[in-house]
Design a protein around this ligand. Structure first.
Ligand SMILES: [Zn+2]
Length: 70
Protein backbone atom coordinates (compact mmCIF):
# COMPACT_ATOMS: atom_id res chain seq x y z
CA UNK A 1 0.00 0.00 0.00
CA UNK A 2 2.70 2.50 0.94
CA UNK A 3 2.41 5.83 2.66
CA UNK A 4 -0.52 8.00 1.68
CA UNK A 5 0.55 11.56 1.02
CA UNK A 6 -1.72 14.39 2.04
CA UNK A 7 -2.00 18.06 1.19
CA UNK A 8 0.57 20.19 2.97
CA UNK A 9 3.18 17.40 3.31
CA UNK A 10 6.73 18.74 3.10
CA UNK A 11 9.55 17.08 1.18
CA UNK A 12 12.68 17.82 -0.81
CA UNK A 13 13.23 17.38 -4.53
CA UNK A 14 15.30 18.64 -7.42
CA UNK A 15 13.33 21.43 -9.08
CA UNK A 16 13.69 21.43 -12.90
CA UNK A 17 12.99 25.16 -12.86
CA UNK A 18 15.36 26.22 -10.06
CA UNK A 19 18.01 23.61 -11.00
CA UNK A 20 18.69 22.82 -7.36
CA UNK A 21 17.34 20.84 -4.43
CA UNK A 22 14.40 22.71 -2.97
CA UNK A 23 11.75 22.27 -0.29
CA UNK A 24 8.44 21.15 -1.75
CA UNK A 25 4.89 21.16 -0.47
CA UNK A 26 2.04 18.93 -1.62
CA UNK A 27 -0.75 21.07 -3.01
CA UNK A 28 -3.79 20.66 -5.23
CA UNK A 29 -3.22 22.04 -8.70
CA UNK A 30 -4.70 21.84 -12.17
CA UNK A 31 -2.06 19.87 -14.07
CA UNK A 32 -1.94 19.80 -17.91
CA UNK A 33 -1.13 16.55 -19.71
CA UNK A 34 2.37 16.39 -21.15
CA UNK A 35 0.89 16.23 -24.65
CA UNK A 36 -1.30 19.26 -24.01
CA UNK A 37 -4.55 17.42 -24.74
CA UNK A 38 -6.19 18.62 -21.55
CA UNK A 39 -5.67 18.93 -17.82
CA UNK A 40 -6.51 17.27 -14.53
CA UNK A 41 -8.19 19.45 -11.93
CA UNK A 42 -7.28 19.43 -8.23
CA UNK A 43 -4.47 16.90 -8.58
CA UNK A 44 -2.24 16.44 -5.52
CA UNK A 45 1.29 17.34 -6.65
CA UNK A 46 4.61 18.47 -5.16
CA UNK A 47 5.11 22.22 -5.66
CA UNK A 48 8.46 24.01 -5.35
CA UNK A 49 8.51 26.43 -2.39
CA UNK A 50 10.82 28.79 -4.30
CA UNK A 51 9.24 29.16 -7.74
CA UNK A 52 5.76 27.73 -7.07
CA UNK A 53 5.98 25.37 -10.06
CA UNK A 54 5.01 21.69 -10.11
CA UNK A 55 8.09 19.58 -9.34
CA UNK A 56 6.66 16.07 -9.13
CA UNK A 57 3.43 14.13 -9.35
CA UNK A 58 3.09 11.43 -6.66
CA UNK A 59 2.43 7.89 -7.92
CA UNK A 60 -0.92 7.88 -6.14
CA UNK A 61 -2.05 10.76 -8.38
CA UNK A 62 -1.24 8.91 -11.62
CA UNK A 63 -4.55 6.95 -11.72
CA UNK A 64 -6.37 10.28 -11.57
CA UNK A 65 -4.58 11.36 -14.73
CA UNK A 66 -5.48 8.16 -16.53
CA UNK A 67 -9.05 8.48 -15.35
CA UNK A 68 -9.33 12.03 -16.66
CA UNK A 69 -7.94 11.00 -20.06
CA UNK A 70 -10.95 8.81 -20.81
ZN1 LIG B 1 11.65 25.79 -8.26
Amino acid sequence: MGVKHTEGDKSNAICPHCHQVVATTLRRRDVPFSDGSGLVRDLLVAVCDKCDMVVAIPAQSTPAIQEARR
